[in-house]
Design a protein around this ligand. Sequence first.
Ligand SMILES: [Zn+2]
Ligand SMILES: [Zn+2]
Length: 118
Amino acid sequence: MKGSGRCLCGAVAFTVATRAHTAHECHCSQCRNWSGHVWAYVTMRWDEIAFTRDNGLRWYSHTPKAQRGFCGECGSTLFWRRNGAAKVDVSAGAFDMPTGLRLGAPSFPENHGDYYGL
Ligand SMILES: [Zn+2]
Ligand SMILES: [Zn+2]
């Protein structure tokens, strides 16, 4: 195990087989609505995530192309996965510290909210 993460209540918890080093912030309007501000995420392989608890895990499809995973118990935002993709974006804030993460280039900075600058 190289890292672990969880939602706020712990009804979704996981370990990861590899450690990621770069997180990104997505400034698109969908992530803003979903997360409440900017969604920070880490891209990983889905098959490298092993769930130790997943009884809270729920999925929501806002578009036909992708699904967003969250905890149905506490509401934490957790995953974004294009349908059938080998990779998944995982909330950076879900990882237990020390995360070993650094923020990299932002995603969709041109779509940032009008209440903050970049
Ligand atoms: Zn939860
Ligand atoms: Zn986004």
